[in-house]
Structure formats: C-alpha cells, structure tokens
Design a protein around this ligand. Structure first.
Ligand code: C2E
Ligand code: CA
Ligand code: CA
Ligand code: CA
Length: 268
C-alpha cells in the first residue's frame, strides 16, 4: 500500500484515501470523546455451566456513542486509538469506570464475580502501566482480587522483559490475567512457558462453525487440553447456539460467554 505514493492518481481517488480521511476524523473526534462523555461500558456475563449457569464474571466492553454519528464500531475505533496512542487514556477511563462499577456490585451482592477489563498491548507495554493501575485501584477502592485483565498474545511477543515484569506485578497485586483471542496470533505456544497467566480465552472465530467444521473442533479440543495440562482456566467466547455450547461442553470447557446466555448489558 505504501508504494502507491504521491503522483499516483489511483492513490488520490481511491477508497483508501477516503478511509484515511475517515481515520483522521475518527482520531480528531476520539480526542474529544472522553470530555464529551461519549463513552459507556457494557458488561457481558460469563457463566459456569458446571455450577448451574452461575455468573462468575463480567467483561467490560467499551461503546462510543458519538453525538452526531451514533454508535461507532468498537474494533474500528480501538484500532485507531491504538495507532495514535489515545488508547492509553481510553483504557484508563475504562478501568476506572469498571472499578467503580465493581465497587457498587460488591456492595450490593453477596455473590462475587470477576470483572474483566481489556488491556491494549500499547497500554500494557507502557513503563508506567502498573503505576497507573495501582493509582486507579487506590482511587476507586476496588479489591484487586475482583479484577481480571484480558490481553492478547501480541502483548507477550514484544519486549518480553517488560511483559514478564508487568505480569509478575499483576500477580502480586492479585489481578488475574487471561490471554484473549487465544490461538489467533502467530506465536508459537512456547511463550506460555515464560508467562504466568491464569486463563486462555478461546476466540469466537473457532466457535462460529464448530458444529460442523472438524478442524475447528480439533482446535477447540487442543486449546482446552492445553489449558488443562498447564492448569489454566479456559473460557469460550462468542457462544451463540445450543450446538456450539454442546460442542464446547463435551470437550471440557465449562465457562461460557456469548449471546447464548447474554449480550453485553448496560447498567445505569
Ligand atoms: P474481544 O475482547 O474479543 O471481545 C469480544 C467481542 O465479541 C465483543 O465485541 C463482544 O460484544 C462480542 N461477542 C460476545 N459474544 C458474542 C456472540 O455470541 N456473538 C457475536 N457475534 N459477538 C459476540 P465488541 O464489544 O464489539 O469488542 C470488539 C473488540 O474491541 C474486543 O474484542 C476488544 O478487543 C476490543 N475492546 C472492547 N472494549 C475494549 C476496551 O475497553 N479496551 C480495549 N483496549 N479494547 C476493547
Ligand atoms: Ca476480551
Ligand atoms: Ca475475541
Ligand atoms: Ca480482542
């Protein structure tokens, strides 16, 4: 894409140009989103089927309601925010809101469940990542044992020493860590030896056709077995149908997140 540079008419008239403009506008609007109070958090339940569909966790998922354009797709604006560095402020906003909600929940219910927050690789690698987390914990008063972070494999492939150190400090704090979208990265599995994590999250892409696709069934089985052998928890995300649930359950994964149980919910 970069080769088609200046002087190439194609470049100026292409859809890519419109896309670039769209990204620039998104970035400009994202910069104002926090002060305009346009972000909200939705929470998607994670249930344990072995415990009678008990609620054991909630994943915080960010929504951006732009005052003119309405809801902007999360995966799209997160990518833009990562490429311009705004993601650090956004992740911190999310963490603070989620902790405040967690405090409310822990005061209103006897049953405890974990609050999962997505942490971008860009944010996780910041030298002051742990410091920022501690500050938010102190400000909100949430018990860190009620908190879990979701990071992607990509986090663990660059700047290994920083990643290891941050994982170690999270463990000291009592914050659990899940590897999100597990199996979709390009890494070898060997990295799992070096990193102290708690949970593997089977990506939704392996669930979509699992009722009929034998390759997806084999991949799901392997991830579940790997988790069992490494003594890690395993969660399946994006379970929409009974068939998908049965496929996953019969392979030994009992913690489920997906539309089959609930879409992300808003609490006000
Ligand atoms: P993710 O962390 O893999 O989150 C799961 C996505 O799957 C969410 O999309 C969720 O709404 C969707 N989902 C859950 N169950 C089902 C299902 O049964 N069917 C279908 N079709 N979809 C399901 P969402 O909320 O649009 O988020 C997209 C991605 O954006 C997330 O993927 C995550 O990578 C990122 N993201 C969301 N919130 C945050 C945040 O606060 N901080 C950061 N850094 N990233 C975030
Ligand atoms: Ca996630
Ligand atoms: Ca995913
Ligand atoms: Ca993801």
């Amino acid at each position: 894409a970069k080769e088609e540079g200046r002087g190439n008419f194609q470049y100026f008239s292409s859809e890519r140009n419109l896309e670039a403009l769209y990204h620039l506008r998104l970035e400009a609007e994202l910069r104002k989103a926090i002060e305009r109070d346009e972000f909200e958090l939705h929470y998607q339940p994670q249930v344990d089927i072995l415990k009678g569909d008990k609620l054991i966790g909630m994943e915080a998922l960010l929504r951006w309601r732009h005052h003119e354009d309405g809801l902007v797709r999360t995966d799209i604006f997160i990518k833009v925010a990562e490429s311009c560095g705004l993601i650090v402020d956004i992740d911190r906003w999310v963490l603070r809101q989620a902790c405040l909600q967690g405090v409310i929940w822990s005061q209103s219910y006897d049953e405890i469940f974990k609050l999962s927050v997505n942490i971008s690789a860009v944010h996780f690698r910041q030298a002051d990542f742990i410091e920022g987390v501690k500050k938010i914990l102190a400000e909100t008063g949430l018990d860190p044992h009620l908190l879990g972070f979701e990071i992607t494999e990509g986090v663990l492939m660059k700047e290994l020493d920083t990643a290891k150190e941050h994982l170690r400090e999270l463990r000291v704090l009592g914050i659990e860590v899940a590897i999100d979208d597990f199996g979709t990265g390009y890494s070898s599995l060997a990295y799992l030896r070096h990193f102290d994590v708690d949970t593997l999250k089977i990506d939704r892409s392996f669930l979509v056709d699992i009722a009929t696709n034998e390759a997806d069934q084999a991949i799901a089985s392997s991830i579940i077995e790997l988790a069992r052998n490494l003594k890690l928890n395993v969660v399946a995300e994006g379970v929409e149908t009974k068939e998908q649930l049965e496929q996953i359950f019969s392979r030994g994964c009992y913690v489920i997140q997906g539309y089959y149980f609930s879409k992300p919910l808003i609490f006000r």
